[in-house]
Design a protein around this ligand. Structure first.
Ligand code: COA
Length: 186
């Protein structure tokens, strides 16, 4: 299989695969949407930003300590990019990873992210053999909090003014799930 189309995980409706050049337009469309960017680090996202980002991702490999790797979420029916999920392999403890995720607005509210992250966590704890997955959510980001809690992730902390975003210090919740908890879930 070509590296750029490599599938890392699959679910009923989705493929979790590498990014490729055909994804740039769809990726740009949702990243440039202010509602999608509201609780994220970026703003005023340009097509050039999307091209640079996708090119860099295509040259990277997953699970390198101290780096993020972005996985494309595509519909299995037609390989259309609908969002992405990312893993940050922590530099200080590479057996633990941090999760990030984004879905294009037109594909929200249909359970796609839940489905994608279930497949991703199976891959992270199965194929990558990780010990713990953590995620941070802006305390105002109700949709993201619902995604994390629907996965069964535990709120482990309320971190005050933990993150500088768009000129403002942001409070975040830290969520986590252990390998033993994920593997033992009913
Ligand atoms: C966070 C984000 C991915 C959540 O998207 P989402 O569509 O709400 O999440 P899912 O795809 O898992 O869909 C869940 C919703 O679909 C509904 N749903 C409909 N059909 C469903 C199905 N077949 N299976 C499961 N859920 C279904 C669920 O009830 C749920 O709605 P609710 O939260 O109102 O109860 C999205 O808001 C986003 O991309 N935001 C911008 C980026 C961002 O802030 N990322 C978080 C950074 S940590």
């Amino acid at each position: 299989m070509e590296k750029t189309n490599e599938a890392y995980a699959v679910s009923e409706r989705l493929i979790i695969r590498s990014f490729n050049m055909q994804d740039i337009q769809a990726f740009y469309q949702y990243r440039a949407n202010p509602e999608v960017a509201r609780f994220q680090s970026w703003e005023n996202y340009t097509l050039q930003d999307a091209e640079t980002f996708v090119s860099k991702q295509m040259a990277q490999s997953p699970d390198q300590a101290g780096t993020w790797f972005q996985y494309a979420i595509a519909l299995s029916a037609n390989n259309q990019l609908i969002g992405d999920c990312a893993i940050h392999t922590l530099g200080a403890e590479p057996r633990n990873v941090e999760l990030g995720f984004t879905l294009a607005p037109e594909y929200q509210g249909m359970g796609y992210m839940h489905e994608a992250l279930c497949a991703l966590l199976d891959y992270v704890f199965g194929s990558l053999n990780k010990h713990k997955v953590i995620a941070f959510a802006d305390v105002r980001n109700a949709k993201s909090i619902r995604v994390l809690e629907r996965l069964g992730m535990r709120r482990e902390g309320h971190l005050l003014e933990n993150y500088m975003s768009k000129g403002q210090w942001i409070d975040e919740y830290q969520y986590a799930v252990l390998r033993s908890e994920w593997m033992d879930k009913p």
